[in-house]
Ligand binder design. Structure first.
Ligand SMILES: [Zn+2]
Length: 187
């Protein structure tokens, strides 16, 4: 694929993804996160590797990892964006133990919206409301993250699968009102 195709393809993907995330975040009353979601993708460190590894049907991060064994773009991204569960993992200073912290409600919700939007962007007209849930429970993400977070995300995606997007966003909004500042919560 030519450089200009990859450049315009990647720009289109991130703009469209951000637009979909923003629309859904706004419907949940989550304005600041809706506006600032994934802004670091326009940084030099994330933008150019993504253009280089652009494929269009999956994330360039996946391609970069499969090609060189890791992704500098991803390391830059996950360290700055709280809607990724990997942001919330750290090592104990005195032991080998890892802290796998439960995601606070607002970032967990942003991550749910991120997954729905990514599923729309990559599946295009094959997207269905089952897709984000099925993809999540069959992915390794589900096994690696904090157990409670995995449960939270799967509950919210299952609600989408069973009730459709309109009802799901109204439900997420009602939860956001109650839990927006919560680190501990029960859904
Ligand atoms: Zn992100």
């Amino acid at each position: 694929m030519s450089f200009f195709k990859r450049l315009s393809g990647h720009l289109h993907t991130i703009n469209r993804h951000r637009y979909l995330v923003m629309k859904m975040c706004f419907k949940c009353g989550m304005y600041y996160q809706g506006l600032t979601h994934d802004l670091s993708k326009y940084s030099f460190q994330e933008f150019w590797p993504s253009v280089r590894y652009y494929q269009g049907y999956r994330s360039p991060i996946t391609k970069e990892k499969l090609t060189i064994g890791y992704s500098e773009c991803w390391l830059h991204h996950k360290g700055r964006n709280k809607h990724h569960y990997e942001y919330w993992i750290d090592r104990h200073p005195k032991s080998e133990e890892m802290f796998v912290i439960r995601m606070p409600f607002r970032y967990m919700l942003e991550s749910v919206i991120d997954r729905i939007s990514a599923s729309k962007v990559y599946n295009k007209d094959k997207y269905t409301e089952n897709e984000p849930y099925e993809f999540f429970i069959n992915s390794r993400d589900c096994a690696c993250m904090n157990k409670q977070t995995a449960e939270d995300i799967s509950k919210l995606l299952l609600y989408l699968k069973e009730n459709g997007e309109k009802k799901a966003l109204a439900y997420y909004k009602s939860l956001y009102k109650i839990h927006k500042n919560d680190r501990e919560f029960t859904l």
